[in-house]
Design a protein around this ligand. Structure first.
Ligand code: NAD
Length: 455
């Protein structure tokens, strides 16, 4: 008999209430199991990622497998220290006494993952939830079906299935899950569904972390190291065929260095993928025909001078060539939504205040990249974004000491490293009085005029 969403959550809640998941050794065993699952089955996982997304081997290994193992291992090493009660200072009126903060698991939590890094964006929130001692329901994306099926099957051999469950499926299955009461939900994906998740969670007053997307800009100033900028932008735009939440969506470049940057980007493309990127084993595909057609629609929408590089789209082959579009106007179709594909619009500016103003006119991006010797802080101080890099791209995501999360339309809440442990923990304030302490008569009714004067 297939277990309903309600039965599943009830079963996991029973496990949670037994106290099993609070045990630090249990948490470490699950995290080791997760790393082991990914390491032992590397070839199968790489094959599934190739089937779902045409992911090049190296990108799949680095972005999905190695990054997930790194996060799980980091959490395993540190959770013992983080889970200890921390003492808090007490002002005089509260003494004698002791105060502490205890990190308690929230309970039964839900992780809803997208398709673009279908292992990493499932495994890393799962790892954080486990480090904090929760029971977890994982909902992989139906748009990466081979990976979803494989991870669900393997989980049974590596993880405690009384406390960690995988639910495959699409909108119907997610909707059924969202009707249940969870103690925290971490959702990664687009903002429209993010709102659906937040709405469903509100019914149960469930706290939510929303990891969304947006149009993340790169700004290249006239004093930037252009070789470095082109290389880092190429990495962030064309890895995973641009289907990365923190990819460079578009580039603002100073007029004086516009042509040189475009030429350097062209060179980067040839060096990376050869003269025919379609034939390169290192260039990925779009997840499905619907998204391929959507990207073609953005290109066909005009509002720019020329396609300087690429431009080929094969909807049936889910192929979009790495593409550079120049002379892009702020009202072009390409600027109307997150591109989430390998098309790079280039916009020129005369003064750094122009991109700053444009960025502030739009939604707060998930990431912002600035290449400049003198104006980096001006850009950082004049804007906001989930995270940012100066003279680099995407590196804000990897150090476990940095929080990963959005702001405004790019989401709220954060995780990675200790930030993930915090997200999936409740901070319980505990105050202890010594047993011998006698309450001062001052705080006790009846509150006489004399007591008021003394107080
Ligand atoms: P997706 O279509 O796989 O959806 C994500 C999850 O939502 C899936 O598990 C899916 O089953 C579920 N879902 C879809 N429709 C639903 C509905 N109506 N009700 C309930 N659940 C539903 O992924 P996507 O949204 O196409 O992902 C791409 C977007 O995610 C981009 O905007 C990207 O920037 C963003 N993203 C953000 C991050 C981040 O960490 N901030 C990471 C990756 C992607």
């Amino acid at each position: 008999m297939v277990e309903s969403a309600e039965q599943l959550v009830t079963r996991l809640r029973r496990t949670f209430e037994s106290g099993r998941t609070r045990d630090l050794d249990w948490r470490r065993r699950q995290l080791r199991g997760l790393s082991q699952l990914l390491a032992d089955n590397e070839e199968q996982i790489l094959a599934a990622l190739a089937e779902d997304l045409g992911k090049p081997r190296f990108e799949a290994w680095a972005g999905d497998i190695a990054a997930s193992i790194g996060e799980a291992d980091h959490l395993r090493k540190h959770l013992g220290g983080w889970a200890k009660d921390t003492s808090a200072r007490l002002p005089l009126p509260f003494r004698p006494g002791r105060a502490s903060v205890r990190h308690e698991p929230r309970g039964v939590v839900l992780v809803v993952a997208p398709w673009n890094y279908p292992v990493y964006l499932l495994a890393t929130p799962l790892a954080a939830a486990l480090a904090a001692g929760n029971a977890v329901v994982c909902k992989p994306s139906e748009l990466a079906p081979a990976t979803s099926a494989l991870i669900t099957k393997l989980a049974a051999d590596y993880l405690d299935s009384d406390a960690i469950a995988f639910v495959e499926g699409g909108v119907e299955e997610t909707t059924a899950l969202l009707e249940q009461r969870f103690d925290h939900i971490l959702y990664t994906g687009n903002g429209t569904v993010g709102r659906v998740v937040a709405h469903a969670a509100a019914k149960h007053l469930t706290p939510v972390t929303l990891e969304l997307g947006g149009k993340s800009p790169a700004i290249v100033d006239k004093d930037a190291n252009l070789k470095q900028a082109a290389s880092r932008i190429a990495f962030a735009k064309w890895s995973n065929a641009g289907q990365t939440c923190i990819a460079v969506d578009h580039v603002w470049v100073h007029h004086d260095v516009h042509d040189e940057l475009v030429e350097r980007l062209r060179t980067e493309l040839v060096e990376r993928y050869g003269a025919d990127p379609r034939a390169s084993a290192d260039f990925g595909r779009i997840v499905n025909e619907r998204h391929t057609a959507r990207i073609k629609g953005l290109l066909d929408g005009g509002g720019y001078d020329e396609v300087a590089v690429g431009g080929d789209v094969d909807i049936e082959g889910t192929y979009v060539a790495p593409t550079i579009v120049t002379g892009v106007k702020p009202d072009a179709a390409l600027m109307g939504e997150e591109i989430f594909g390998p098309v790079l619009p280039v916009l020129a500016f005369d003064d750094i205040s122009e991109p700053i103003a444009e960025i502030n006119r739009g939604d707060h991006p998930l990431a912002l990249y600035v290449f400049s010797k003198h104006n980096a802080d001006r850009v950082l101080d004049g804007t906001t974004s989930g995270g940012a890099c100066v003279n680099d791209t995407m590196m804000q995501v990897f150090p476990p000491s940095l929080p990963f999360g959005g702001v405004g339309e790019s989401g709220y809440g954060a995780y990675h490293g200790k930030w993930g442990f915090e997200t999936f923990s409740h901070r319980r304030a505990i105050y202890r009085r010594p047993g011998f302490f006698v309450e001062p008569a001052l705080a006790k009714a009846p509150y006489t005029a004399l007591k008021e004067r003394i107080a």
